[in-house]
Design a binder for this molecule. Structure first.
Ligand code: NAP
Ligand code: GLV
Length: 314
């Protein structure tokens, strides 16, 4: 009797132009038939392993029983109507990203604490103007989102001595972090924060959360750090708040359109610090390890880890 054919994985990753991730997946998913789309036939695939696929991918991979995302954020997948409602969407959890988020957040916090942005402006203006030192506990930081990444960032900043508050949907109990929930908790965080770090998922509830009304509740001269998604931020409101002096600066790793279009004000605004969506990059070996472990669970009929809840959208 002929052997039954190997289960097929349909793979799409727009950022894997050299095919390195596909190679990793092939090696780790030993025994599976990994088909790279576009180009190969994915119509009989049992699993879809993807990063930012176009809807067309799912018009081909119609038999996928699970979608395994090569990232933490899933808003893009939730917008694809071709993925049937009963098919689980599985996200990455950490996969090397939490440590990088901690590094990024700490860099910004130290830069603000030590007034590096102000000294940069002073140098341009030819001003020699020492400022008084501040202790870390005098810098109040608010972290929006206390999930896999936000909780790690909050803990990291707190362990360095900063005064940290965090905001989430469900109440948390985290050592040395003032944890808030709900509308009044949100306002309480804003009122006390001089540095606001966004690590929320992009959902219908959180889209546009970094807008004028939020900036007006922050401490005067606060700094906004968006490490999550461009859709969280009202870009026009941010520029207005920076220009009026309401905000001291913005550190943006993500923008509404990526890559940021030529001529966009963020390219040249003196109070904007911009990085190209690199705050935390998925480490391929850890990501593939998680994906393959979850495919193993599915093959054995077990519940996979990190399945997102479609109702709450993360
Ligand atoms: P996560 O584990 O799902 O955590 C999300 C957190 O946000 C949870 O604490 C959740 O509260 C909270 N939350 C969700 N909706 C809320 C609401 N309406 N009000 C208050 N709190 C709310 O996600 P993660 O792994 O930490 O990742 C967060 C986001 O980071 C991703 O979705 C992605 O967009 C972004 N990201 C960016 C990069 C980059 O390089 N820039 C890299 C990776 C990820 P509960 O805990 O109560 O559910
Ligand atoms: C990156 O932005 C991710 O969501 O993993």
């Amino acid at each position: 009797m002929a052997d039954s054919p190997a289960p097929i994985i349909a793979y799409y990753n727009g950022f894997d132009s050299r095919g390195k991730w596909a190679e990793w997946l092939r090696r780790a998913a030993n025994g599976f038939d990994v088909r790279v789309w576009p180009g190969e036939d994915v119509s009989k695939a049992r699993y879809a392993v993807v990063w930012a696929p176009p809807p067309e991918f799912f018009r081909q991979a119609t038999r996928a029983q699970a979608v395994l995302n090569l990232g933490a954020g899933v808003e893009h997948l939730l917008g694809i109507s071709e993925i049937p409602a009963h098919v689980p969407i599985i996200r990455l959890s950490d996969a090397g990203m939490a440590e990088q988020m901690c590094e990024y957040a700490l860099c910004v916090a130290l830069r603000i604490l030590r007034d590096m942005d102000v000294y940069e402006q002073d140098r341009s203006a030819g001003r020699w103007r020492p400022r008084a030192p501040r202790a870390k506990h005098e810098l109040a930081i608010g972290v929006l989102g206390l999930g896999v990444l936000g909780a790690r960032v909050a803990d990291h900043l707190s362990s360095h001595g900063f005064a940290v508050s965090g905001w989430s949907s469900s109440r948390k109990n985290l050592t040395s972090i003032t944890c808030e929930v709900g509308g009044t908790g949100f306002d309480a965080i804003l009122t006390r924060s001089e540095l606001l770090i966004n690590l929320l998922p992009l959902t219908s509830e959180t889209r546009g959360i970094l807008d004028r009304s939020t900036f007006e509740k922050l401490r005067p001269g606060a700094v906004v750090v968006n490490l999550a998604r461009g859709g969280h931020l009202s870009e026009g409101d941010l520029v207005a708040a920076l220009d009026s002096g309401r905000l001291r600066g913005a550190y943006l790793d993500v923008t509404e359109k990526e890559p940021l279009p030529a001529g966009h004000p963020f390219w040249t605004h003196p109070k904007v610090f911009l990085t190209p969506h690199v705050a935390a990059q998925t480490l391929p070996h850890l990501a593939i390890e998680q994906v393959v472990a979850n495919i193993g669970r599915l093959e054995r009929g077990e519940q996979p880890l990190n399945v997102i809840d479609r109702t709450r959208q993360y």
